[in-house]
Write a protein that binds this ligand. Structure first.
Ligand code: SF4
Ligand code: ZN
Length: 304
């Protein structure tokens, strides 16, 4: 059924599914991602990766009666796209009996992504994904913390991780590659530690996993995706992978080798609380608040 070109394996459906679940369990163990009594917040958007992760963690968590799952769905407010995804996320949570918390950009920030994109057209200077990424990360942390989660699990796969590494280089900030890790420990009491159990699994295999397990997921793409640099990087990397199988995994492993050296050379700046929202940040104002101030969505803090 599946020819894994990297290893040369030819797998039937059952062996393929077992191999994915074994890899995920292996990642969790090798990187000490989860403890038996964790309350795990899972970021579930309704896409194939996040819904597959929810189902896998549900199965794994059943062996640990003291652990607990809670799903968090962020509705960014993308008209004609997000409504379906939220419904699919809801359906999967209901099926598994997992508590779900849905939060929208509008509730949290007073503006949805469509509104932000309209405002940014008047001079914000970033792509929709740039706003979406930082605001979603902040939303997930706020909701996970409020839910008492001890871990926040996200469905970043191998493709996502390698794209992020390249994007950091293309943005002229190679030191940030040190932060592209399967486990991000908390550096502040308000930051929930993040784990990425799928980080070594290629996107094509997470898609196949969802398809073979008949999990319902959203298959259409976000209308903003084509505007992002990430999308261009994705296409280049997919072209290379097609020609040189295993290339993405090789890049991931290469960066893993230089990560300790990058970390050593990166100055560790203690986090403090944002002057506007109180969330952890390196500067005086966090990036999400800065974006919202620039767009006129929130007011800058008045100096005394
Ligand atoms: Fe947000 Fe971009 Fe993803 Fe759309 S493609 S959901 S705008 S990050
Ligand atoms: Zn802030």
């Amino acid at each position: 059924m599946y020819h894994r070109r990297v290893s040369g394996e030819r797998l039937c459906a059952g062996c393929f599914l077992d191999s994915i679940e074994d890899q995920v369990r292996g990642n969790i163990t090798k990187y000490s991602m989860l403890r038996p009594n964790d309350r795990i917040a899972v970021a579930v958007s309704g896409g194939k990766d996040s819904v597959s992760l929810l189902h896998m963690l549900y199965r794994i968590e059943k062996c640990f009666p003291k652990s607990e799952l809670v799903a968090i769905t962020v509705d960014e407010g993308i008209s004609g796209y997000r409504e379906e995804a939220v419904g699919i996320a809801q359906e999967n949570c209901r099926k598994l009996g997992v508590r779900q918390i849905i939060v929208s950009f509008d509730e949290l920030y007073g503006q949805d992504l469509d509104g932000i994109v309209k405002r940014s057209g008047a001079g914000g200077g970033f792509t929709p994904c740039a706003y979406c990424g930082v605001l979603r990360r902040k939303a997930l942390n706020i909701v996970a913390r409020a839910a008492g989660a001890t871990k926040l699990a996200t469905a970043h796969n191998l493709d996502d991780e390698v794209q992020t590494m390249f994007l950091n280089v293309l943005h002229g900030d190679p030191w940030r590659i040190a932060r592209v890790e399967p486990v991000l420990l908390s550096e502040h009491s308000k930051l929930v530690p993040r784990v990425k159990p799928l980080f070594s699994i290629p996107e094509i295999e997470t898609a196949l996993y969802a398809y073979l397990t008949e999990i319902r997921f959203q298959s259409v793409s976000c209308p903003y995706v084509s505007e992002s640099l990430r999308n261009d990087v994705r296409m280049v990397l997919n072209g290379l992978e097609e020609k040189y199988p295993g290339m993405k995994l090789t890049v991931l492993r290469s960066f893993e080798k230089i990560r300790p050296a990058l970390k050593e050379r990166t100055e560790k700046v203690p986090l403090r609380e944002c002057e506007i929202c109180g969330e952890p940040t390196v500067g005086s104002v966090c990036r999400p608040c800065k974006s919202l101030v620039d767009l006129g969505v929130v007011k800058p803090k008045q100096q005394d």
